[in-house]
Design a protein around this ligand. Structure first.
Ligand code: BMA
Length: 312
């Protein structure tokens, strides 16, 4: 029998547009964290003009979520942020850091896509901090702690020359970033051959930082988005200890295989529990939200025992 690394929750999809008390077309690609006794989910929704906003849902068990009556973030209407959010805001990731929660999101505009950074202390109000990339970056996650005096982020610049790859950068203040380095590249004729991008903010384990990323493979009937794992050294996250050769999740359920964009599982968030399990959240076909659980140890072993090269 095929080994399942991620066990799908029986009640999937856990959130759909029917659960949202304002008009939206999709509910997908959500960041999730634990905040006090709740799980907080910041999810992306397409409006019926094709542009995206970010909603918020809350849960006590991590599976049954209730959506707030109003969106959490909508594109800025004026000033510097408005110019770069004109076409919508997408794919939020949440990092708990120094008593606050930092949200990285893709901001779309006539100038391209770049990454915005916002901060909240309580998930009721939110302030924009800065744009932390220029155009043509997506899939940005911030590590939940400083290392060697620096904040650390992963992101995915666009590239026509070398397939879209994951890079790491460092910052003293979360705003100005540098010392960038490529750390993981797609592998030819492999499930992630076309492009990859960081997914959930990395999770600290004894063996290293566990990162869940997405990989894309182009087929005759379109792209397939799947999820994989890599492990970074704890004190030097630019060093990859191992990358699982196998994917951990592939579109299988009907709502992952059909929908707005077929054959997509795409993660922006995971929650590590004290019992060694991981709750993983993913958008299905850019239409609904799904959840599942995995053993953190098993994911680590996948990276260590059957690793493909990080930079082929
Ligand atoms: C990517 C992003 C994601 C989306 C995925 C599949 O490029 O736009 O938000 O989930 O494509 O459509």
């Amino acid at each position: 029998m095929k080994k399942e690394f991620v066990k799908r929750y029986k009640g999937n999809p856990i959130l759909t547009k029917k659960d949202v008390p304002y008009p939206v077309e999709t509910v997908h690609n959500a960041g999730v964290v634990k905040y006090n006794l709740e799980y907080i989910m910041l999810f992306r929704s397409h409006l019926n003009n094709g542009r995206s906003i970010i909603g918020i849902a809350r849960s006590l068990d991590g599976f049954k979520f209730k959506v707030d009556s109003k969106p959490f973030m909508v594109p800025s209407k004026n000033g510097y942020f408005a110019e770069y959010e004109e076409y919508g805001i997408e794919d939020p990731r949440i990092t708990p850091l120094e008593g606050a929660y930092y949200i990285t999101y893709s901001a779309y505009s006539r100038h391209g896509v770049r990454i915005g950074l916002a901060r909240t202390a309580d998930f009721s109000s939110v302030e924009r901090v800065a744009f932390i990339t220029q155009a043509d970056y997506r899939n940005t996650v911030i590590f939940p702690r400083k290392m060697n005096g620096y904040y650390v982020k992963l992101d995915r610049p666009h590239s026509d020359i070398s397939p879209w790859s994951i890079w790491i950068s460092f910052s003293r203040d979360l705003i100005h970033w540098g010392q960038s380095k490529v750390i993981l590249k797609p592998l030819a004729y492999h499930w992630d051959e076309m492009k990859i991008g960081a997914g959930a903010p990395p999770i600290l384990t004894k063996e290293g930082w566990l990162s869940i990323y997405h990989g894309v493979f182009q087929t005759m009937s379109g792209a397939v988005y799947r999820l994989g794992v890599m492990l970074h050294r704890v004190d030097e996250p630019s060093e990859i200890i191992g990358v699982s050769d196998k994917w951990i999740l592939s579109p299988e359920d009907e709502w992952e295989r059909t929908g707005y964009v077929p054959n997509v599982v795409f993660t922006c968030g995971a929650v590590a529990e004290n019992d060694g399990t991981l709750k993983l959240y993913w958008g299905g076909a850019d239409t609904v939200m799904c959840a599942g659980t995995a053993s953190i140890e098993e994911l680590i072993n996948l990276c260590l025992e059957d690793s493909r090269p990080a930079i082929p």
